[in-house]
Design a binder for this molecule. Structure first.
Ligand code: FAD
Ligand code: DLZ
Length: 519
C-alpha cells in the first residue's frame, strides 16, 4: 500500500501539489467523474465536456508516464456520484497508508474535504494550492488592518513581489502602475479581430461529447461545435495563438464590444488557467517578454498582467478571506427573481440578446459583457444575488466559485456593500452605446430616457439611483451622479419611476434547466 493521490477536475496540472513526491511503484492517482459535481448548478454542456475531457486526457498522460491511475468515469457502474463516496470506494480498492489532496477551489468542497480523514480512517494530507501568486495567508496579512480593500493597492504589492513589469530600480515600467485609461477604446471600423483558436476533438474527447450529449440534453448551452483545448499542450497553443494574433490590441480594445464578435482581442484562457492546464506565472512572464522584446505596447502587457496578477489573485484572496459569510450578504436588498430570458435569450434588448446568445453557444463572454451587460442589468433590475450567482456559475466554462462569486456578488451586484469595489458599476445605456455597436441594432432608442421606445437601461439606471439613494448617496464617488439626478425635472423623475415599474413588472421568470436526463 502506498499513497492515494486524489486529483480534482480543476487541478489538472502535472505540477499540482498533490502529485509532488509521487512514487510510481507504490502510489495510485485517483480521478473521479461524479454526478454531484455535474449537478450542483446546471453547468453548460461545454463546461462539463471540457472538464471531463481534460480529466481523461490528464489520466492518459499520467498512464503514459507509467503512473497507476484509477479513473472513475461518470457512467461507471457503482459510481457513488460524490467526491467522498468515490474516495471511500477507492480506499477499499487500494488500502492506502495515506491520502494526499490539494486544497479545493470552492468552500462547498472544502467543508466536505475536512471530513474525509475521519470518514476514510486514513490520514489525509491537504496541501496548499500553490498555482497562485498569493497564498490565502499572504492575502490575509495584506488585508489585516485595512478598512477598505482596493485591487489597485494589492496589485502594486504583487508587482513589487514578483518583479513583473518593473524597471531595474523597482519602478513600474513606463512610470505608472496602471494603464486602465488606455484600455477603453471602442472597436474602430475595419479592424478585424483574429479568428478564434479551435482544437478539433480527438477520439477521447468525442467519447465525452457523446456522454454529455446523452446525459445532459436539456441544459442551457450548445455542446457543439466544441473548440476547447483539453490538454496542457493544447492550452499552450491557444495561449500562443492569443500572443501572436491578439495581444498587441488587447490593451486598446479590452472594454470594446461588437455584435457577432464573441472574443475580439481577448485571450480565452480562463478555463485553462482555472482547471490547471495553463500556469499563471508562465503566462504573465511570456507577456512581459513580448513587451520587453518590443512586440506589444505597454498598455497591452500591463492590462493583461493586471487581470491575472491583480484581479484574479485579488478575487481569490477575498473569497478565502470572507467565506462563508461573504455569500450571504445582500447589501442593496435585491430580491427580484431572475427573468426567464437569461435562460432563453428571448429579449428585445440587443445587448442582452447578443451576450446571452453567445454565452449559450460558447460558454464564454468577455469581462465587459459579463460586467456591463448581463451584470449591469442584474444590478439595475435588483435581481436576487443567489439566483444571479447560480446563473454565472452554470453558464461559463471558466466558472468556479472562488472566482465567480466575488465578481458577481461583489463587483457586479455590490451585494457585499463595497468590500470588493468602491462603488456599484451601474451604468445607463449610454455606456453600452459608447463601447459597442449593439444600440444601433436595437429596437429601443438609447437617446431616450423615458417612454415606450426608451432604452430600458436608461430608466432602470435612474430608478435604481432613486431607490438606492439612502445607501449610495453618501459614497463620494456617487456624489456627482446624484447631483445630476437632483437636476432632473420632477415630471421626468416620475416618468422614470413609472417606466421602471412597468418594465420590471413585465419581466417573466423561468425555471433553470433540468439537472440531468438520468439519475
Ligand atoms: P481576458 O480578458 O483575455 O483576460 C485574461 C485573464 O485575466 C483571464 O483569462 C482571467 O484569468 C483573468 N481575469 C480577467 N478579469 C478577471 C477578473 N475580474 N477576475 C478574475 N480573473 C480575471 N473569470 C473566471 O475565470 N471565472 C468566472 O467564473 C468569472 N466570472 C465572472 C463574472 C462576472 C460577473 C465578471 C464581471 C467577471 C467574471 N470573470 C470570471 C472574470 C472575467 O470576465 C473572465 O476571467 C474573462 O472574461 C475570461 O476571458 P479571457 O480569458 O478571454 O480573459
Ligand atoms: C465542475 C466539475 C464538473 C462538472 N465535474 C467534475 C467531475 O466530475 N469531477 C471532478 O473531479 N471535478 C469536476 N468538476 C470540478 C469540481 O467541481 C471542482 O474541483 C470543485 O468545485 C473544487 O473547485
Amino acid at each position: 500500500p502506498g499513497t492515494l493521490r486524489f486529483v480534482l477536475g480543476d487541478q489538472l496540472g502535472r505540477g499540482i501539489s498533490s502529485l509532488r513526491g509521487l512514487d510510481p511503484d507504490a502510489d495510485t492517482v485517483l480521478l473521479a467523474e461524479v454526478a454531484a459535481e455535474t449537478e450542483y448548478v446546471p453547468h453548460h454542456p461545454k463546461k462539463i465536456a471540457l472538464i471531463l475531457a481534460a480529466m481523461r486526457h490528464f489520466s492518459a498522460g499520467l498512464r503514459a508516464e507509467g503512473v497507476r491511475v484509477d479513473h472513475v468515469r461518470l457512467d461507471d457502474p457503482g459510481n457513488s456520484g460524490s467526491f467522498r463516496g468515490e474516495l471511500l470506494r477507492a480506499v477499499e480498492r487500494h488500502r492506502p497508508d495515506r491520502i494526499v489532496v490539494t486544497f479545493p477551489g470552492e468552500w462547498r468542497v472544502w467543508t466536505d474535504m475536512k471530513g474525509w480523514e475521519a470518514a476514510a480512517g486514513v490520514p489525509v494530507e491537504i496541501r496548499d494550492d500553490d498555482r497562485f501568486f498569493c497564498p490565502p495567508r499572504r492575502f490575509r496579512a495584506w488585508a489585516a488592518g485595512r478598512r477598505q480593500f482596493r485591487m489597485e493597492f494589492f496589485y502594486r504589492e504583487m508587482r513589487r513581489e514578483t518583479g513583473l513589469l518593473l524597471t531595474p530600480d523597482g519602478e513600474p515600467e513606463g512610470g505608472a502602475w496602471n494603464y486602465d485609461a488606455e484600455n477603453r477604446r471602442p472597436l474602430p471600423r475595419g479592424l478585424e479581430p483574429p479568428p478564434r483558436f479551435s482544437e478539433p476533438p480527438d477520439a477521447l474527447t468525442a467519447e465525452v461529447l457523446a456522454l454529455v450529449r446523452a446525459r445532459f440534453p436539456d441544459r442551457f448551452g450548445e455542446l457543439e461545435p466544441f473548440r476547447f483545448a483539453v490538454t496542457a499542450a493544447g492550452a499552450e497553443a491557444a495561449f500562443e495563438h492569443f500572443v501572436r494574433h491578439a495581444l498587441r490590441h488587447f490593451g486598446d480594445y479590452q472594454d470594446a464590444m461588437a455584435a457577432g464578435q464573441d472574443t475580439l482581442f481577448h485571450a480565452v484562457i480562463s478555463p485553462y488557467l482555472n482547471i490547471g492546464l495553463l500556469d499563471p506565472r508562465t503566462v504573465c512572464r511570456r507577456v512581459e517578454a513580448e513587451y520587453r522584446a518590443g512586440r506589444v505596447p505597454l498598455n497591452a502587457a500591463e492590462g493583461f498582467i493586471r487581470q491575472i496578477l491583480g484581479w484574479r489573485e485579488y478575487v481569490r484572496g477575498l473569497y478565502w478571506l470572507r467565506m462563508p459569510a461573504y455569500a450571504e450578504t445582500n447589501a442593496l436588498g435585491a430580491t427580484r427573481d431572475l427573468p426567464g430570458f437569461f435562460w432563453t435569450g428571448e429579449t428585445p434588448m440587443t445587448c442582452l440578446r447578443q451576450v446571452i446568445d453567445q454565452t449559450r453557444r460558447e460558454a464564454y463572454a468577455h469581462h465587459i459583457q459579463r460586467l456591463m451587460v448581463t451584470g449591469n442589468f442584474a444590478l439595475l433590475a435588483g435581481l436576487a444575488p443567489r439566483q444571479v450567482e447560480d446563473w454565472y456559475l452554470a453558464v461559463y466554462a471558466d466558472a468556479f466559485e472562488w472566482v465567480e462569486l466575488p465578481n458577481v456578488h461583489g463587483m457586479v451586484l455590490h451585494a457585499d456593500g463595497g468590500v470588493m469595489a468602491s462603488k456599484p458599476y451601474a451604468a445607463s445605456g449610454k455606456y453600452i452605446d459608447r463601447m459597442s455597436d449593439y444600440c444601433g441594432r436595437c429596437r429601443f432608442d438609447v437617446r431616450r430616457t423615458t417612454g415606450p421606445d426608451a432604452c430600458p437601461l436608461n430608466f432602470l439606471y435612474w430608478s435604481f439611483l432613486m431607490d438606492q439613494r439612502e445607501r449610495l448617496q453618501g459614497n463620494p464617488r456617487m456624489a456627482m451622479i446624484y447631483r445630476t439626478l437632483d437636476r432632473m425635472a420632477p415630471a421626468t423623475q416620475d416618468a422614470v419611476r413609472a417606466d421602471a415599474a412597468r418594465f420590471l413588472a413585465g419581466l417573466g421568470t423561468a425555471d433553470p434547466p433540468a439537472p440531468s436526463a438520468q439519475p
